[in-house]
Write a protein that binds this ligand. Structure first.
Ligand code: HEC
Ligand code: HEC
Ligand code: HEC
Ligand code: HEC
Ligand code: HEC
Ligand code: HEC
Ligand code: HEC
Ligand code: HEC
Ligand code: HEC
Ligand code: HEC
Ligand code: HEC
Ligand code: HEC
Ligand code: HEC
Length: 348
């Protein structure tokens, strides 16, 4: 019979007959063994090499270290119909896993629903896998088996780590002390990758010091540059009253973005400026010099007589945002000379 295998020129029939005979003898052998096992389970298991029949348990790229501790470390009653837990396990998943893995990591304040439901097997193979950490699939595909993929791709701007499928660089798959299973709270989470020093300075924007990065940025993807939740200036109106920016004459600079003057995060000077107010204005109005108001008006180095506590600057006469008057005058004035009276008793 077995000579058929050596017969390279032989017909298919010969080979088939050979295989079937082999299969048949294997099945027969198995049946006898299984029958033997079921009749003397305790005795059989102590002597059986499980891997003889269950080879595939350890054939993939990554093997659960628990296998080295013996199949019996989990299957205490294999092949027994009356076993207390399915598949002859010593206890049900997840308790089985907690026998060796520290449960505290899986029971912090916020628990991922599939973990809370004890569904370790919805993400992990118990024996062997081609993916690291014994995963059924690698993130993000693993995550997309339950979460809608479209929430994380397809828009104009996708956050680099999301694009790279690094969900676990921000989220714990199991449980966390932070909201939304984040590995740590904001802004610390973001500073794992973004230079913290850019967000620290003399003046820090209140939502930044409050760690509310996602009050302006979407964490995954969005349709605006820099992952902003809405485009400027609307973004800023989510918190700042729009009225001062929407009077009759709006400064053309507003449409260029609030951040053409203010840093959204932190900066050296009051009002989140890089430099003093006058120098901010002069970046676009380089031609304006002290001579621009009639007799050569002083433009800096004084106190603003009309607004207590503020330095005198371009913004003493002009509203940098919008105004109901001509030339963005801060005070109601139909002509240039109407403006003077708000600070001078002399009639110019
Ligand atoms: C002689 C071959 C053979 C050996 C040796 C063997 N098994 Fe099995 N085992 C089988 C067969 C056949 C089945 C039933 C087919 C199936 O369910 O996949 C099975 C089924 C199982 C099952 C699934 C039971 C269920 O409820 O679905 C587990 C768990 C198991 N074996 C564990 C072990 C462990 C642990 C060892 C070593 C102690 C072992 N087996 C040794 C042949 C063997
Ligand atoms: C870390 C614990 C653990 C170890 C160690 C372990 N198993 Fe399992 N095994 C499980 C769990 C959990 C299941 C049930 C999987 C499921 O239902 O999705 C299982 C299921 C099985 C099954 C049923 C078929 C299947 O794939 O679902 C067989 C057969 C089996 N194990 C054999 C073995 C053998 C043989 C060994 C040793 C080489 C072994 N197991 C070691 C946890 C373990
Ligand atoms: C008998 C002890 C034991 C049991 C029970 C056990 N494990 Fe493990 N597991 C280990 C050991 C040992 C390691 C390797 C050291 C480590 O990473 O903690 C490990 C590692 C892992 C890893 C990481 C693998 C890697 O490549 O880094 C995962 C995932 C895992 N186990 C999941 C499970 C799941 C899910 C269960 C329950 C079905 C479970 N384990 C039950 C002992 C066990
Ligand atoms: C939603 C999917 C998911 C579920 C459910 C899940 N895990 Fe994991 N697990 C992961 C991912 C993803 C990793 C890899 C994390 C990483 O790479 O940082 C992991 C890693 C691990 C590790 C390796 C150690 C570590 O923290 O990196 C162990 C052990 C583990 N899981 C055990 C379990 C146990 C036990 C359960 C059930 C209580 C479980 N997991 C449920 C997705 C899951
Ligand atoms: C087996 C299904 C399943 C898988 C796989 C899965 N999740 Fe979830 N996840 C859920 C369910 C159910 C919820 C609760 C409903 C919701 O928010 O969509 C949830 C919620 C979340 C939440 C919000 C938690 C909160 O407190 O609001 C985050 C974050 C999350 N999952 C991340 C992930 C990541 C990252 C992965 C991949 C590593 C993943 N999930 C894989 C089922 C799953
Ligand atoms: C750069 C960090 C980061 C990465 C990478 C990341 N997330 Fe998130 N994710 C967050 C933050 C921050 C939140 C909370 C948003 C909030 O509170 O407004 C969140 C919320 C979630 C939620 C809850 C949804 C909701 O609206 O409440 C789910 C689910 C989620 N993420 C899944 C994923 C998945 C899946 C991936 C990988 C494809 C991923 N995340 C990658 C930071 C991240
Ligand atoms: C795992 C690393 C990582 C984490 C954590 C992370 N980022 Fe990023 N982020 C990047 C990388 C990489 C880029 C692309 C390179 C760059 O612009 O610096 C990026 C870019 C950005 C951009 C600019 C996008 C663009 O279109 O130019 C914003 C805004 C951003 N991240 C905000 C955040 C916020 C808010 C958090 C915290 C919730 C955060 N990031 C957490 C890695 C990370
Ligand atoms: C008040 C809204 C707001 C808050 C809060 C905020 N950002 Fe931004 N962020 C912006 C705006 C607006 C831009 C775009 C600036 C520009 O285009 O000049 C930006 C740009 C960025 C960029 C891209 C950097 C660059 O120069 O291109 C990163 C990274 C970033 N923010 C991270 C963060 C992190 C991390 C936090 C929390 C610590 C945070 N942001 C909080 C509004 C905000
Ligand atoms: C042309 C430059 C410029 C632009 C563009 C600009 N600002 Fe300003 N902003 C200023 C100056 C100058 C001050 C200080 C005015 C003063 O001294 O009263 C200021 C002050 C502020 C203040 C503090 C108000 C107070 O008096 O306490 C807020 C809030 C503010 N700006 C928000 C915004 C928002 C929101 C936008 C976009 C809609 C914006 N700014 C666009 C120049 C600008
Ligand atoms: C999530 C809410 C929020 C958003 C969005 C927001 N701000 Fe603010 N901003 C605040 C709070 C709170 C303060 C402090 C109280 C105040 O002065 O009104 C503040 C203060 C300021 C100040 C005065 C800073 C100082 O202390 O000198 C400026 C300038 C400013 N914001 C500009 C902006 C600009 C420009 C945007 C849009 C890019 C913006 N803000 C978006 C909440 C926000
Ligand atoms: C980012 C560029 C930019 C900055 C910075 C800037 N401006 Fe302007 N400003 C403009 C543009 C553009 C116009 C419209 C074109 C013009 O009339 O020259 C304008 C017009 C004006 C006008 C004339 C309005 C009118 O109705 O005739 C005044 C007054 C003015 N700006 C004051 C200021 C003051 C005060 C500052 C500093 C707080 C400032 N600007 C900062 C871009 C800027
Ligand atoms: C003392 C009040 C006052 C101060 C301070 C002041 N301006 Fe003016 N500005 C005026 C008046 C009045 C006009 C109208 C002049 C005219 O129409 O002849 C004017 C007109 C302008 C105009 C539009 C016409 C033009 O000349 O281009 C711009 C732009 C301007 N100022 C910018 C600035 C800047 C920038 C500063 C700070 C460096 C500044 N102003 C400081 C009162 C002032
Ligand atoms: C927002 C307040 C303010 C407005 C409006 C204003 N000035 Fe002045 N002006 C001042 C301050 C402050 C000084 C410096 C006074 C000092 O040095 O004690 C000054 C000084 C002067 C001087 C120099 C003489 C002196 O007293 O030192 C002249 C001339 C002058 N202003 C004319 C005008 C004219 C004309 C207008 C209307 C076009 C005008 N000012 C509008 C605040 C203002």
């Amino acid at each position: 019979m077995f000579s058929g295998e050596k017969d390279i020129t032989g017909s298919r029939n010969v080979i088939h007959v050979t295989r079937y005979t082999l299969y048949a003898s294997c099945v027969l052998f198995l049946m006898i063994l299984v029958m033997a096992m079921f009749s003397f389970p305790g005795l059989a298991h102590a002597q059986l090499d499980c891997k003889k029949c269950h080879k595939y348990m350890a054939t993939k790229k990554f093997v659960h270290a628990a296998l080295q501790m013996g199949c019996e470390s989990c299957h205490t009653e294999p092949h027994q119909k009356q076993s207390k837990f399915p598949k002859g396990l010593s206890s049900a998943v997840p308790d089985l896993c907690y026998g060796c893995h520290d449960k505290t990591k899986f029971s912090m304040k916020n628990v991922h629903p599939p973990v809370a439901g004890g569904m370790c097997s919805s993400c992990h193979e118990p024996h062997t896998s081609d993916n690291p950490k014994l995963l059924l699939a690698e993130p993000p595909d693993l995550c997309f088996t339950c979460h809608d993929k479209n929430v994380f791709s397809g828009k104009k701007v996708v956050h680099a780590p999301v694009m790279g499928g690094m969900c676990a660089s921000c989220h714990s798959p199991h449980s966390s002390e932070s909201e939304k299973l984040l590995l740590s709270a904001q802004p610390g989470l973001c500073f794992n990758c973004h230079d913290k020093s850019k967000f620290e300075s003399k003046i820090v924007h209140a939502p930044v010091s409050g760690g509310m990065c996602t009050s302006c940025h979407l964490p995954h993807q969005g349709d605006n540059d820099k992952l902003l939740m809405s485009s400027q200036p609307d973004l800023c109106y989510n918190c700042h009253d729009k009225t001062p920016f929407a009077r009759k004459n709006v400064h053309a600079a507003i449409m260029m973005g609030c951040t053409s003057c203010h840093n959204p995060h932190a900066n050296k000077q009051k009002f989140l400026f890089e430099k003093g107010i006058n120098n901010v204005c002069l970046t676009c109005h380089a031609d304006i010099r002290s001579g621009h108001v009639l007799a050569g008006h002083p433009l800096r180095g004084r106190k603003d007589p009309a607004r207590a506590g503020r330095e005198f600057s371009c913004a003493s006469c002009h509203d940098p945002h919008s105004s109901d008057s001509m030339r963005l005058f801060r005070y109601p004035a139909g002509t240039t000379y109407n403006l003077c009276k708000y600070c001078h008793t002399v009639n110019y």
